[in-house]
Write a protein of this length. Structure first.
Length: 431
């Protein structure tokens, strides 16, 4: 409503003048009542004297004159009475107008509240649409591998502002007891869309958390692979140090990755496959390192000595361990000497190639070389195994072992074979 319209509506009212009040009507009525009473008494006295024939008054002129005077006053009082009725009606109309104005003010206030709440709801709906578009834009940038850090900051700020608007609408609708179907319908719509958007925001948070976890998983996995590569490619000088330091670190990192995967809600097949591959590789590498570590450690031969059936004194075990001439037969000593010569030749040929190799690589190459020798020996001696049982005895004696055994009695020493085939087989086994 503009200012000019208000001036037009109240122009007639502003032109009216409030009338001034005259003498009070109650004073006139009281004087008239007193005069009428006196007039009644005067007329009654005149009547009594007329009945007693004791009246000198011939006419009622003065009384009639007074009555004419009071008649004008009574007419004025009647006019004032009519004005009083009009005043009562005016008061009634005025009271009705005041109640109507009050009701109108209340209606205007409620209308303003509804208009304000409606504007809040429209702003909340616009904010929900804007936030949904920002989330969609985030997924698009994420899929296209574009930077989206600034967009995440904007989404965070928009969520805080939108939450305040939705909460304000909810509190006003619950405390104001507004009975408007349109507002109630919009409020239900806002609640439903906000709940859906909240679930979408929670899902976005979980995906961001999962992305951060994948980054951490990739970094830790790269560190584990780097340490495994360092252990596999370590030389003989640095292998022991890396073995002591890298082994507990790799165990701890793999355990941390396993706990993280178990705590994840969503399971990534690529992550699971890489973690399982790391575990398999580490188990295999750990077994090889433990085997090599036991073989080079000073106490590595003690468990083997404990498993033998021969029991001797500590002095006997020490003598037999370090003096091959006392623990083997003459045939075994001859075989071991020839085998030692072959091993020294092989060591000279492979010393250059193994100089820069790691202990793990050397252990693997030794085992492969030993298997190749075993295969060659079995192929060459397959024809003569049935005819020369002494070869088996000599082969058993030539088998390298750290287990001490008692000295073989001379009565059990087999005779030296005289056939050419047997001598050839014996020479092959000693190589």
């Amino acid at each position: 409503m503009t200012v000019s319209q208000e001036d037009i509506l109240y122009s007639k009212l502003n032109t009216l003048e409030i009338p001034t009040l005259g003498e009070s009507l109650e004073n006139h009525i009281q004087d008239i009542i007193e005069w009428i009473e006196i007039g009644h008494l005067t007329a009654f006295e005149i009547e009594q004297r007329m009945k007693q024939d004791d009246m000198d008054i011939q006419t009622l002129g003065p009384l009639e004159l007074k009555m004419k005077e009071i008649e004008k006053l009574i007419e004025n009082c009647i006019e004032q009475t009519e004005q009083s009725h009009k005043t009562i009606k005016l008061q009634s109309e005025w009271s009705s107008l005041k109640h109507f104005i009050k009701s109108l003010n209340q209606s205007i206030h409620e209308l303003n509240i509804k208009r304000e709440i409606r504007s809040w709801m429209e702003s909340a709906l616009i904010g929900i649409d804007s936030l949904s578009w920002m989330i969609f834009n985030f997924y698009e940038k994420r899929q296209q591998h574009l930077p989206f850090e600034n967009l995440l900051v904007d989404i965070d700020q928009q969520v805080a502002l939108l939450f305040q608007e939705v909460e304000r609408c909810y509190e006003r609708m619950m405390t104001g007891k507004i009975e408007d179907d349109d507002l109630v319908r919009k409020h239900v719509l806002i609640q439903a869309r906000w709940e859906s958007l909240r679930l979408e925001i929670d899902e976005l948070k979980m995906e961001l958390k999962e992305d951060r976890w994948l980054v951490v998983f990739g970094q830790v996995s790269d560190q584990v692979e780097a340490m495994m590569n360092a252990l596999e490619n370590a030389d003989s000088y640095s292998w022991d140090t890396k073995y002591r330091h890298y082994t507990p670190s790799i165990d701890k990192m793999l355990a941390m990755l396993g706990n993280g995967i178990a705590a994840r809600v969503s399971k990534d097949s690529v992550t699971l496959a890489r973690h399982e591959a790391l575990i398999r590789r580490w188990d295999k590498l750990r077994a090889t390192m433990d085997f090599h570590h036991r073989s080079i450690s000073p106490a590595g031969s003690e468990p083997l000595m404990a498993t033998t059936s021969w029991r001797g004194s500590p002095v006997d075990r020490g003598i037999l361990r370090y003096s091959p001439s006392l623990r083997s037969s003459p045939i075994e000593r001859s075989v071991s000497e020839s085998r030692g010569r072959e091993e020294r030749k092989l060591q000279k040929r492979t010393s250059k190639s193994q100089l820069g190799s790691s202990p793990i690589e050397r252990s693997v190459s030794d085992s492969r070389r030993y298997e190749q020798e075993e295969t060659k020996i079995q192929k060459r001696a397959s024809r003569s195994q049935l005819r020369s049982p002494t070869v088996m005895t000599m082969r058993r004696a030539a088998t390298p072992s750290f287990i001490p055994r008692p000295k073989t009695p001379h009565t059990e020493i087999p005779a030296r074979p005289h056939s050419s085939m047997t001598r050839k087989s014996t020479s092959l086994y000693t190589k």
